[in-house]
Write a protein that binds this ligand. Structure first.
Ligand SMILES: Cc1cc2nc3c(=O)[nH]c(=O)nc-3n(C[C@H](O)[C@H](O)[C@H](O)COP(=O)(O)OP(=O)(O)OC[C@H]3O[C@@H](n4cnc5c(N)ncnc54)[C@H](O)[C@@H]3O)c2cc1C
Length: 250
């Protein structure tokens, strides 16, 4: 059985950054993800300033800066009328300690594309559609046998779990997850298209009300794409209702 140095489970931002770092240091690295296609779901709006330093070290900061946009001022509405505009970064400036004074807006799927391209430059490609279902430590801890959903077993010197908040690797190792989850604190998120020119794309629009909030932020690199985020409607006892377009219109 062939053995790789490091098998990374999960090709989100964490796994991809680690894979790029190990690959450039000459480690034999493989990276697998259970998703059959690269994820295109609506998630993070971009790396913060300190993360940009890491991306710079990996040689992709320029590309990330070019593909994204500066964080936008937030325009807040009440009763449909704009009432306040805030720009948390208005007075920030780069310093020797912090060369990036602010993060960058960029869709998570776009950032992952850039990292996958970087990794491909080292000859490493994400192995898609490969779900890890089992781990077994070899004698003396010298290797790990990794079982996949399709039934194959492969051997690695090290396995790194970068498989997200619900991590299979964590569960397979019997490691707990400290803390609590507030099940009723939820938000609905999605990438949506708005008619061209419907809203000013130089602002992150945020409508607030006693009942909650609806927010729309333009997705950089798209012409009509927006990030939509909103609190759900709730029933009389405060329990979240299933999201509907009518509910958000209300
Ligand atoms: C709706 C939403 C909105 C968010 N908004 C923001 C935001 O505005 N700003 C921000 O900073 N963060 C935001 N986040 C958080 C951000 O998306 C996460 O912090 C980030 O994705 C974590 O990266 P990761 O690489 O650790 O894990 P993930 O991105 O979760 O990647 C884990 C990968 O592991 C794979 N995987 C899981 N199990 C297995 C297995 N058994 N075998 C193989 N592969 C497996 C999954 O398919 C996945 O691709 C948001 C998240 C969500 C869900």
């Amino acid at each position: 059985m062939g053995m790789t140095d490091v098998l990374i489970v999960g090709a989100g931002p964490t796994g991809l950054v680690l894979a790029c770092d190990l690959a450039r240091r000459g480690a034999a690295v493989r990276i697998v993800d259970r998703s059959p296609v690269p994820p295109r779901t609506s998630r993070a709006k971009g790396p913060n300033a300190r993360s940009l330093e890491i991306l710079d070290d990996l040689g992709v900061a320029e590309e990330v800066l070019a593909a994204g946009s500066a964080p936008l001022p937030m325009l807040k509405y009440r009763d449909r009328l704009p009432v306040a505009e805030t720009d948390p970064w208005a007075d920030s400036a780069p310093s020797p300690d912090a060369p990036y004074d602010r993060g960058r807006l960029i869709a998570q799927w776009r950032l992952e594309e850039i990292l996958r391209d970087r990794l491909a430059g080292y000859g490493v490609r994400v192995e898609l559609g490969r779900e890890v279902t089992g781990l077994a430590e070899g004698p003396g801890g010298r290797h790990v046998d990794v079982t996949f959903a399709e039934g194959r077993t492969e051997r690695a010197r090290y396995v790194v779990g970068c498989d997200g908040a619900h991590s299979s690797v964590r569960k397979l190792l019997g490691i707990g997850f400290e803390g609590t989850t507030a099940e009723d604190q939820v938000m609905v998120c999605g990438d949506v298209d708005l008619a061209d020119g419907a809203l000013d794309r130089t602002r992150w629009h945020q409508w607030f009300d006693e009942d909650g909030a609806v927010m729309l932020c333009p997705i950089p690199g798209t012409r009509t794409g927006w990030w939509f985020q909103a609190g759900p409607e709730r029933d009389g006892r405060g329990r979240p209702l299933a999201p509907t377009a009518d509910g958000f219109r209300r």
